[in-house]
Design a protein around this ligand. Structure first.
Ligand SMILES: CC(C)(COP(=O)(O)OP(=O)(O)OC[C@H]1O[C@@H](n2cnc3c(N)ncnc32)[C@H](O)[C@@H]1OP(=O)(O)O)[C@@H](O)C(=O)NCCC(=O)NCCS
Length: 168
């Protein structure tokens, strides 16, 4: 087995920020403008992840390479900010070379077990409407497309689509 998953610690903030940025730059090429992807500040992201990692209402998992211990992906989840009483996966990102090894499924299962243990029995995940590959993954995990909301990323207009699981 080349990759594994573990809960994140505060020391992981930089590694998570690097993997998060690398995943954005490959996953959103052709979806978000290059300028938006190039402008991402990894240090700022690390600072933001440091705050997340200290938030006790959030579970953050990292996927890592078992040989080098490098972080290759992340996932964080907790109570939904838009739908009270529901769990939400806020972010799930793997670097390109770590995709399709079953890590997404394993992170999803660990997150849903954790949400259930916190009496959160429904789930929402917001995805870019035109992120077709992630949509196929969420559909394979049993999610159903629900509502769409218009928003922006660094001033660029986007449409977000909610995937929902009514009963975890
Ligand atoms: C979306 C993501 C988290 C899925 O994780 P993953 O480890 O690649 O997915 P898994 O290997 O666990 O796949 C589980 C199942 O989902 C489905 N699936 C996953 N990716 C798919 C794809 N691109 N096309 C079709 N089905 C797909 C398959 O049914 C797969 O089962 P199988 O491999 O037995 O056929 C990952 O690919 C990723 O990080 N993508 C880039 C970032 C991104 O878009 N994140 C989502 C932001 S909302």
């Amino acid at each position: 087995m080349r990759f594994a998953i573990r809960p994140a610690t505060l020391d992981d903030a930089e590694g998570i920020a690097r993997a998060h940025t690398a995943s954005w730059r490959t996953s959103y090429r052709g979806i978000l403008p290059e300028a938006v992807l190039e402008r991402i500040d990894v240090d700022q992201r690390a600072a933001s992840w440091r705050r997340t990692l200290q938030d006790r209402s959030v579970l953050t998992l990292v996927a890592y390479d078992v040989t080098h211990r490098d972080i290759v992906g992340l996932c964080d989840a907790g109570p939904s900010r838009r739908d009270p009483g529901t769990g939400e996966v806020y972010r799930m990102y793997l670097e390109h070379h770590a995709r399709r090894h079953g890590l997404g499924r394993e992170m999803f299962e660990q997150i849903t077990d954790w949400l259930r243990s916190r009496s959160l029995h429904s789930l929402v995940i917001w995805v870019l409407d035109n992120n077709h590959h992630a949509r196929r993954f969420y559909e394979a995990m049993g999610g159903r497309p629900d509502r769409r909301v218009a928003s922006t990323v660094s001033g660029f207009p986007i449409v977000e689509l909610a995937y929902v699981w009514d009963r975890l």
